[in-house]
Ligand binder design. Structure first.
Ligand code: NAD
Ligand code: MG
Length: 375
């Protein structure tokens, strides 16, 4: 029986991870969330972890009260989060949203825990650091992101042969086929309605701007040791082929399945074994046709911004990521329009101080500078 620590347990990936844990009797040693104390307390009652951490210190007393009759030890804040991510276990699952997930990942790797990573922002802001540390500590990073799980699985077929190319698929989001003019008038409600996946608000907006694919391109560069130029983004609206790898001989190996995150979550927890899932199985004849098209990078300029950021390197992907998090937050609070998201990011990529090297301190400093500018 495996033991996990779960960061971000109240979110979309977090709750689905708990469903997988329940189905396969995986022991949950610790849980954590940002501020949703009620759901977190319910989860503690159901899974009886040794530790629970609430990031928002203002909610610490509330959580303590809710759990006063349990044996679970309660922690809070960033320190608490880093402490629980380092609890000895088979896998620390990082399902936090945003770059707040970076330091807990570092902490888990230092402790020698393998990582199941949903939190792509960790690799976008500090991929170089994470890769170096993981190698040093002999820690595995199992991707949860469906595309990266597909690439991971497709690479197994290569038995160590280097891929020539990675085909990173994208649904295209709710605004596929829109012109720049049409994007000027889209609403928050439209942007939050993803055609194929039900996810947290931030990644849903990232999917609508296609910044999600930009973040995933950078995530793939670090996870699979490929150049950005080796990654082709292909829009595939049915979200059935979750990504593929092309080898030198022209063979393309991909992974297909229903769009259900429980499949990649479970594989990250049980790899190399494959257990049953309680999700619908794929019927290709029911689906009928799979279609593919090029993304419109003129309209969805976030893809180009991500390519530019990883080409420049240093703290540029971090600047881009912080700017994106801040811009998406402003959009969700009705402070800016949808089309202003890439504009803000591009502006900050020119404005914020660039550094060639990257460290946890530089990442924090960059975040502070971006927040200051976005005020
Ligand atoms: P979500 O908003 O539904 O959940 C986020 C979780 O993180 C919550 O439990 C929240 O309490 C916690 N959290 C937020 N801020 C925090 C902070 N500062 N400190 C500690 N905890 C914090 O998000 P989600 O959709 O589950 O996405 C989580 C991550 O997984 C993101 O990086 C996203 O890009 C990635 N991802 C999600 C999906 C999906 O289907 N939802 C698919 C692929 C990748
Ligand atoms: Mg994805």
């Amino acid at each position: 029986m495996k033991e996990i620590v779960l960061l971000g347990s109240t979110g979309s990936i977090g709750t689905q991870t708990l469903q997988v844990a329940k189905l396969h009797n995986i022991k949950v040693k610790a849980l954590s969330a940002n501020s949703n104390v009620n759901l977190l307390a319910e989860q503690v009652r159901e899974f009886s972890p040794d530790f629970v951490c609430i990031y928002d210190k203002n909610k610490y007393e509330d959580l303590k009260l809710l759990l006063s009759d349990t044996d679970t030890k309660i922690l809070c804040g960033k320190e608490g989060l880093c402490e629980i991510s380092a609890i000895p276990c088979d896998i620390t699952v990082n399902a936090i949203v945003g770059m707040a997930g970076f330091m807990p990942t570092v902490s888990a790797i230092y402790a020698g825990n393998n990582i199941a990573l949903a939190n792509k922002e960790t690799l976008v802001v500090g991929g170089e650091i994470i890769k170096r540390l993981a190698k040093e500590k002999n820690v595995n990073i199992f991707p949860i992101d469906s595309e990266h799980s597909a690439i991971f699985q497709s690479l197994l077929a290569g038995q160590g042969n280097k891929p020539k190319k990675i085909i990173l698929t994208a649904s295209g989001g709710p605004f596929r086929g829109f012109s720049s003019e049409q994007l000027k008038s889209v609403t928050k409600e439209q942007a939050l309605r993803h055609p194929n996946w039900v996810m947290g608000a931030k990644i849903t907006i990232d999917s609508a701007t296609m910044m999600n694919k930009g973040l995933e391109l950078i995530e793939a560069v670090w996870l699979f040791d490929v150049l950005p130029e080796q990654i082709e983004i292909v829009v595939h609206p049915q979200s059935i082929l979750h990504s593929a790898v092309e080898y030198e001989d022209g063979s393309v190996i991909g992974q297909l399945g229903m769009p259900d995150m429980k499949i990649p979550i479970q594989l990250a927890l049980t790899y190399p074994e494959r257990f049953v899932t309680n999700t619908a199985h794929l019927s290709l004849t029911d689906i009928g046709s799979l279609t593919f098209e090029k993304p419109d990078e003129d309209v969805f300029s976030c893809i180009g911004l991500a390519r530019k950021a990883i080409r420049i390197g240093g703290n540029m992907p971090c600047i881009m990521n912080c700017a994106n998090e801040a811009a998406v937050d402003m959009f969700l609070k009705d402070k800016i329009k949808f089309y202003e998201i890439p504009e803000k990011i591009s502006f900050l990529m020119d404005k914020i101080r660039y550094t060639e090297t990257i460290s946890p301190e530089i990442i924090e400093q960059t975040e502070r500078e971006v927040k200051e500018q976005m005020k």
